[in-house]
Design a protein around this ligand. Structure first.
Ligand code: ASP
Length: 325
């Protein structure tokens, strides 16, 4: 997988709790995310040079945000820079420091747009850099160990010693250090003392879509796709409101519905979604359940999201609409 010429690892900073600070050391909730630059973060990581085994490290600060505020502009820049560095034969892989809140969305977005062959590893933290025991330095080291693994490829996420694939990774917990899971598939690997122990074989390389980057760059804003949820009392008013509120370039183009159980929908919400579908809106069904996926049936009138969670299905539908022009 890796060529001998690949002697550089690129670290792209985007902010997040890993770069967060609080006025009171040890305050793990009232801190401000995205305060320290990525170079300052690296200074706090002991054993960095050993972990990268003589590889040079190149650093770029691409953004400085709390990832709850992730935007089209940051995603575009990130995709462009990852594509640029991944195409450089001197680069072994890319690490991205990122907040945990939308990490799974960025991972899926980069996977869907770039399908990189080289490892692109998102590193994060659940405690700010000023915590009594910050988890960011270890997560960064583990992300570098992942890039260094001879078979590593594709978009991966590393947190609390576990390596997750972009398709499966999902934030499960708002506070615990081990905040991410990969559902029924489980993590790809664990990182122990700087070494990866594989729990399953690496997923096969995905096929890149060569036209998407150009479309992302040329269309602004990207097609608007919103997420609605089916719940007790869901009467469809939200669907009608969304259809009516945005016009012109920000007009609604698609909806993902997080259904109950096997993608089932409140009958009133379903009626509104079918009306929206008849009017030309693209509608996909996912599930509110944290695990498993919607099993299609011949009677389905709204297509399912092919196993994608609601937030990832929103990106997939947006990219499909973007690719369609
Ligand atoms: N709000 C933070 C972020 O997503 C949370 C974190 O990084 O853990 O940037």
């Amino acid at each position: 997988m890796q060529t001998p010429a690949a002697k550089k690892i690129v670290i792209l900073g985007t902010g997040g709790t890993i770069a967060g600070t609080s006025a009171q050391p040890g305050d793990n909730t009232s801190y401000r995310a995205a305060q320290l630059g990525v170079s300052a973060l690296l200074d706090t990581v002991p054993g960095l040079q050993t972990a990268v085994a003589g590889h040079a490290i190149e650093v770029e600060q691409l953004a400085q945000i709390d990832s709850k505020d992730m935007s089209q502009a940051v995603w575009l820049r990130l995709a462009q820079r990852v594509a640029y560095w991944a195409a450089d034969p001197a680069v072994r892989g890319v690490v991205i420091t990122h907040g945990t809140d939308t990490l799974e969305e960025t991972a899926y977005f980069l996977h869907a747009v770039l399908a990189p062959v080289k490892p692109v590893v998102l590193a994060c933290a659940m405690r700010p850099a000023t915590a009594l025991t910050p988890d960011g330095p270890q997560n960064l080291l583990d992300a570098l160990a992942t890039v260094m693994h001879p078979d590593a490829r594709g978009v991966l996420a590393v947190c609390a010693g576990r390596v997750h694939g972009a398709l499966q990774v999902r934030k499960l917990h708002p506070y615990r250090l081990d905040a991410f899971g990969s559902g029924e598939a489980g993590p790809l690997a664990v990182v122990e003392e700087g070494r990866l122990r594989l729990l399953q074989s690496w997923p096969p390389p995905a096929s890149p879509c060569h036209t998407l980057m150009a479309a992302l760059d040329s269309q602004s804003p990207w097609p608007r796709v919103e997420i609605v949820m089916s719940h007790a009392g869901a009467d469809g008013a939200i669907v009608r409101a969304l259809q009516n509120c945005a016009e012109g370039t920000s007009a609604l183009r698609g909806l993902v519905v997080a259904g109950t159980g096997n993608g089932t929908l409140h009958e009133d919400l379903e009626a509104a979604l079918l009306d929206a579908q008849r009017s030309g809106l693209r509608v996909w069904r996912s599930t509110r359940c944290a695990e498993g996926q919607v099993l299609p049936t011949p009677a389905d009138r709204i297509p399912d999201s092919a196993g994608l969670s609601p937030v990832k299905a929103r990106i997939a539908l947006m990219l499909e609409l973007l690719g369609a022009g």
